[in-house]
Design a protein around this ligand. Structure first.
Ligand code: GRF
Length: 196
């Protein structure tokens, strides 16, 4: 038993990461974030980590000969930080198979659309919202799912819907979805941790 450990993976601004930090600090998530792993060196997520006293590690895939070696580097850091739950919060690259296998059932991802639609390789950032608008969808939303060997294909845990409004641009839709992501992700994390 004891306090549960969360490790977060991020690649950019880290607003979802910040939502998790805030939820831990508000005691609505009963756990500690033992580290941040990222594939970029100068991103706001690293600043958010240092402001919260959370260690971060930049692990660049380009520094490794292949996915397996990249995965071993990630596994080494995870041995140190001992996650009970790994959260991909805006992590833009593939998690190597040796990592998803080792932590099967304990890695989740948040995607800014209602999977299984508008997911998979190449569906990230504004591309997702542009595709939703171009398809004439009346609603969109966000999805938290388990991570397996494919992009955005693991079992869905929960979703939150938002309306598509007349005159929406990819940016206005992205903002509406992101707001719901910041509510959904901490809620799902707490639910999962209470069952571990
Ligand atoms: C979010 O829209 C998330 O769903 C997607 O990437 C974005 C990350 O935003 N995976 P942030 O870095 O958490 O602000």
């Amino acid at each position: 038993l004891g306090v549960k450990n969360i490790v977060v993976f991020a690649s950019g601004s880290g607003s979802n990461f910040q939502a998790i930090i805030d939820a831990v600090e508000a005691n609505s998530i009963d756990a500690r974030i033992t580290g941040l792993i990222t594939n970029n060196s100068n991103i706001q997520a690293i600043d958010r980590a240092s402001n919260a006293g959370i260690p971060s590690r930049v692990i660049l895939p380009s520094q490794y000969s292949d996915s397996t070696a990249f995965g071993l580097a990630i596994l080494d850091v995870l041995e140190e930080w001992k996650p009970d739950l790994i959260v991909l919060a805006g992590y833009m690259i593939k998690v190597p198979t040796n990592v998803t296998r080792r932590y099967r059932g304990r890695i989740i991802n948040i995607h800014p659309a209602l999977l299984p639609k508008y997911g998979g390789k190449g569906y990230y950032g504004e591309r997702v919202h542009r595709a939703v608008l171009e398809a004439g969808e009346q609603e969109s939303g966000c999805t938290v799912h388990y991570v397996d060997e494919d992009y955005d294909r693991g079992p869905i845990i929960d979703q939150k819907k938002v309306p598509v409004l007349p005159g929406d641009t990819p940016q206005t839709l992205a903002e509406r979805v992101l707001h719901e992501e910041h509510q959904l992700l901490p809620q799902v994390i707490q639910q999962l941790l209470s069952k571990l």
